[in-house]
Design a protein around this ligand. Structure first.
Ligand SMILES: Cc1cc2nc3c(=O)[nH]c(=O)nc-3n(C[C@H](O)[C@H](O)[C@H](O)COP(=O)(O)O)c2cc1C
Length: 343
């Protein structure tokens, strides 16, 4: 069995790619927090030809992140083939195609979710990319372009015939952008009609939702994005809950719910992989998201963004989170949270 599917059997909870967030440092941190497979944010296949510093940085990963996928987007077949072989040369484990990005700048050029409008082109892209690499190829899509043209089932058939490893589905159409809720019933429907492994994605905020959706849809994995930005333990909790439901107590460390160690691990990761400026910025951003649902979090958010030095940021974080170190389950919802992104 392909190593990706093997990995999903051990841990079916994947980290969703999020541009500007799931960089090398964040992925490394989330691996420590129990997530399974990780994927970089989207990288332009055409941009890859120019080998810019920014692109190289987007493709950077560390050894603890295997198996890791690099996500590419574009509509030019030659560029996509070149990008797929570049991914293979980088030492990554698989190529992920972005067919879900709703952003006008991307879809106007025929990339991202625009692919969903042309299944002939989809087939050509799958064939071209498969021919350009020996690595497994996966794709991340939306349920369709709009409500009347949902075609995830047809697309999944093509993906299966062309030998892709899985189809990950964000349960909204491109027209919906981030409005409404992800349609997990539709994801279940696609799963029931598909021979290819299906990964479900959208609006998972709690371990219960992650496990219920995994079991109810019979999906092969559940991909989590924004939820882990508010609850850093979401992956550990989900795996723990799944294993307890399946009465399979493998050697899992139980979640510690200790903010102090979370911030230590986060800080270590950013000090290893990022500049001081980025490290401070990410600590501010992530601590303010992690404070969601806790009393006085809005005051904390104001304070943390005024802190300047690393010492000041650490001091603010330590004093705010200290009373919550033995917290069990954090409650929050995703209403209106980060309603925009590239997939
Ligand atoms: C800020 C942001 C950036 C995103 N960037 C990407 C991306 O680069 N590639 C991609 O396939 N999806 C991207 N997405 C979409 C997520 O992977 C995911 O499909 C979406 O957020 C729904 O899942 P969630 O509710 O668990 O966050 C992004 C989402 C957000 C919020």
């Amino acid at each position: 069995m392909n190593i990706l599917l093997q990995q999903l059997k051990e841990n079916p909870f994947l980290l969703a790619p999020m541009a500007g967030i799931t960089d090398v440092a964040f992925r490394s941190f989330m691996k420590d927090m129990g997530c399974s497979i990780v994927i970089t944010e989207l990288v332009s296949a055409t941009g890859l030809k120019y080998n810019s510093r920014k692109t190289i940085d987007l493709m950077r990963f560390s050894q603890n992140q295997h198996p890791i996928g690099i996500q590419i987007f574009g509509d030019n077949l030659e560029d996509l083939a070149f990008a797929a072989s570049t991914v293979e040369d980088s030492g990554a484990d698989f190529v992920d195609l972005n067919f879900g990005c709703p952003v006008p700048k991307v879809v106007k050029k025929g990339g991202g979710a625009a692919m969903l409008k042309d299944l002939k082109k989809v087939e050509q892209v799958f064939q071209t990319v498969k021919a350009a690499t020996t690595l497994p190829v996966t794709v991340k899509i939306r349920t369709g372009w709009d409500d009347i043209s949902r075609n995830a089932i047809e697309l999944s058939h093509i993906a299966y015939n062309e030998g892709l490893t899985w189809v990950a589905i964000h349960g909204r159409t491109r027209s919906q952008a981030y409005k409404g809720m992800a349609d997990w019933d539709y994801i279940a429907h696609v799963k029931s009609y598909s021979k290819i492994p299906i990964i479900g994605n959208g609006d998972i905020c709690t371990a219960k939702q992650a496990v219920d959706n995994l079991l109810n849809t019979q999906c092969d994995g559940v991909m989590i994005g924004r939820g882990c930005l508010k609850n850093p333990w979401l992956f550990i909790e989900s795996l723990d809950l799944l294993n307890s439901k399946q009465r399979d107590f493998r050697n899992l460390d139980s979640p510690t719910f200790n903010f102090e160690s979370v911030f230590q691990s986060l800080d270590k990761s950013y000090s290893t992989y990022a500049t001081e400026r980025v490290r401070n910025l990410q600590l501010k951003k992530l601590s303010s998201w992690f404070s969601a649902g806790l009393p006085e979090s809005s005051q904390f958010r104001k304070n943390i963004f005024q802190a300047e030095s690393h010492a000041e940021i650490t001091e603010q974080i330590t004093s705010f989170f200290k009373p919550y170190n033995n917290l069990s389950i954090k409650s929050f919802n995703n209403d209106g949270f980060l309603m925009g992104g590239h997939g």
